[in-house]
Design a protein around this ligand. Sequence first.
Ligand SMILES: [Cu+2]
Length: 142
Amino acid sequence: MSEAGAICVDEAAEPQPESSSATTTRLATATFLPVLFMTTILIACSGPQTRSFDMIGEDFRFSPDTLRVNDGDTVQINFSNPDVVPHLIDLPAFNQHIALAPGGEFTLEFVADKTGSFPFVCSVPGHEEAGMVGSLIVETNP
Ligand SMILES: [Cu+2]
């Protein structure tokens, strides 16, 4: 985002022929372009985005165990299992079911297309009961 602003300022600061009308045009351009860029950036930032999370499954815990996104966001969960036993992520609300061998890594990606609080668990026998649970919270897009 700051790169776009920097380009804008550089362009506006380029030397131009000196005359009163050129100076006026240059001043107007120098004022207008940054406003246009910032408006464009604000509009672009308010829509659905890609939300990326690095999640570890270890010691019968997901870390982090609560993920917050907005409706319409693309969710990426970079799941790694540094443990010596397999772990799974079962997120049935979004039809995600991933098994990871010890030392494994996998990225889940899906669109959070409904709002609410959706549980995910590790369905290796005994792991959910031991506390290997989490929540994906999808909030209304502001
Ligand atoms: Cu597990």
